[in-house]
Design a protein around this ligand. Sequence first.
Ligand code: FE2
Length: 383
Amino acid sequence: MAVSAYFIPTVNLMGAGCVKEVGERVKGLGGTRVLIVTDKGLAKLGMAEKVKGIIEDAGLQAVVFDGAEPNPTDRNVEAGFKVWQDEKCDAIVSLGGGSSHDCAKGIGLLAANGGKIHDYEGVDKSTNPMVPLVAVNTTAGTASEMTRFCIITDTSRKVKMAIVDWRVTPALSINDPELMVGKPPALTAATGMDALTHAVEAYVSTAATPLTDSAALMAIRLIAKYLPAAVANGTNMEAREKMAYAQFLAGMAFNNASLGYVHAMAHQLGGFYNLPHGVCNAILLPHVEQFNLIACPERFRDIAIELGENVEGLSVNEAAQKAIEAIKKLSVSIGIPSGLKELGVKEQDLKIMAENAMKDACQLTNPRLATLEEVIQIFKNAM
Ligand SMILES: [Fe+2]
């Protein structure tokens, strides 16, 4: 068997109220002047000020940079790095979902290594130890608060750069479900389906290991059970807490087993049209996995079982097919759009996006190899 590595932050806080520890924790990592990287929405809601207060109560100084946009760009990273330099910061706290964490990782890369963010596209391109980074998560989720993945849009190429670098793994992650309560149903649905996609792609990945399998299967089980409840009523604390665990487990799985064509293709939709990552994944997921089915039908049967399907008396292939149907049912039940056309995706762009998807780092571990024509066809099926 090939050698496998397992990446995860050193400390991971879970549970209601754990954000109160952020100040002492960043202090423990040696931070004295903290750059808080967040988005305008959270700044407006007063959440950035609240976290700033907790950090200041620990005797540290903090400054807020709220320029992390959805699908964060090279320009966002540069703007944040300028604040880091001007304010002479020495630690970062990211506050938000994937966009804030990815932008913070990008800023951290420049702070530790210099150069331009484009220099780090690919796998393990940085050379210096990362600056102290604590990631406070508010969605469930991308799991970016605990992964070595950093996705930044190159605005000149309209491509999402996949930066996969063990050094960008946050030193410490914080998942406090009380910070997730206010998320609207559509965002809860989209981010939850992103987490499901992480778990499914990791479970059928060619780099899956027993460590990632156990995390992926539990994530799938929890998402099937608690995502509809979290969408139906955002104040359901049990559903929010279980979804926080589920997205973290899915992160443990894909951070180490990597992903597949769903993410490789969704990154293109995000880069090209600036569409929400979770929605793109949710729409593509059943179509990509239908294509993947023949590569590992036993694995898809396992997924069907975790999604709550009764597979008794069915052949392996019939049971595997149930997984695809269950994913579609889940998507419909939580209001995911039915196709890419609804999002404004145009047929004439599919070829270039398929070409770029085949260069994305996430496609390397997909269980079935596709030709360019097949990737285009999957896009078409998802229209
Ligand atoms: Fe994702």
